[in-house]
Design a protein around this ligand. Structure first.
Ligand code: G1P
Length: 293
């Protein structure tokens, strides 16, 4: 297996109802962790993994995301005039080459599988990565991002791959849950996959988190538009239907995952990322400790 993965899909059409009123007029993907929006972390993780084409599946009210990844001549001119080099480096450094970012609208909220399917024409029949910005994965100190780990593993396996982590049994109804097969280091063979099972019906506690590598056959399954859990077109179901046709592994990544679609996860992410920053840690840490006294 030596195919390269150069394209990534970012489904960003979701409404973010768990974060109202903050997300009433602002996309949830633009919520900042310290000083960077969630979506930028996902884009940077993808770029680190070798992605050069970024495909956003957006929806109504999401234009702030497009503006974020575009030049703001007004901001850049002002920073330049004022000699604010750090700010200038930050806003210019995140720009992608012209033509490498595409936006397509998911015109109806028909599920994650449907959102991914909306990007089918951009995939050109190649394997693609999918990143859900809500699932923020902080690399271990000195380590690499989750997608880069997966791409390295996928070079050996091909087929489909999902990021996975163990969750508490009572949480299975929030995730795609894996029926595990043979375990080989961080990789576990996926023998079955079911979307959001009740804890009593869950085949394990090994849960999918929002990183996927999809082989083109998945799009053939999505095409069938079969509705699953919640009446939505689920990527989980299309992946499950590819079992037996192509290899399918889950990858238990190194790093810490924060569920930034939840308030607690979002707060924890902010604290954890701030504590990893030289410009903030030595002032934040004593303050956090003082709260316990
Ligand atoms: C989606 C997927 C689910 C996966 C989860 C990871 O669910 O459908 O299989 O476990 O992302 O965050 P959502 O959280 O969008 O409901």
């Amino acid at each position: 297996m030596s195919a390269r993965i150069t394209k990534a899909i970012f489904p960003v059409g979701g409404l973010g109802t768990r974060f109202l009123p903050a997300t009433k007029s602002m996309p949830k993907e633009m919520l900042p962790v310290v000083d960077k929006p969630l979506i930028q972390y996902a884009v940077e993780e993808a770029a680190e993994a070798g992605i050069t084409e970024f495909i956003f599946v957006t929806g109504r009210g999401k234009t702030a995301i497009e503006d974020h990844f575009d030049h703001s001549t007004e901001i850049e001119d002002t920073l330049e005039k004022r000699g604010k080099d750090d700010g200038l480096t930050a806003v210019r450094g995140m720009m992608k080459p012209p033509g490498s970012v595409a936006y397509i609208r998911q015109q109806e909220p028909a599920g994650l599988g449907h959102a991914i399917w909306c990007a089918r024409h951009y995939t050109n029949g190649e394997p693609v990565a999918v990143l859900l910005a809500d699932d923020l994965i902080q690399p271990d100190k000195g380590g690499v991002g989750c997608l880069k780990q997966m791409v390295a593993a996928w070079q050996e396996t091909g087929g489909n791959m999902v990021a996975a982590m163990d969750v508490a049994k009572e949480k299975t109804a929030s995730y795609g849950i894996i029926t595990p097969g043979v375990v080989d280091g961080a990789l576990t063979e996926v023998k079955g996959l079911i979307e959001k099972p009740h804890p009593d019906d869950a085949p394990s506690t090994l849960a999918v988190v929002g990183r996927y590598i999809l082989e083109p056959g998945v799009f053939g399954e999505l095409e069938k538009m079969e509705r699953g859990t919640g009446g939505e077109i689920q990527i989980t179901d299309s992946l499950a239907r590819r079992i037996g046709h192509v290899p399918f592994f889950s990858h238990q990544f190194s790093g810490t995952r924060f569920d930034c679609g939840s308030k607690l996860g979002f707060l924890q992410a902010n604290i954890s990322y701030a504590l990893s920053r030289d410009d903030l840690a030595d002032r934040l840490e004593p303050w956090l400790k003082s709260l316990n006294q």
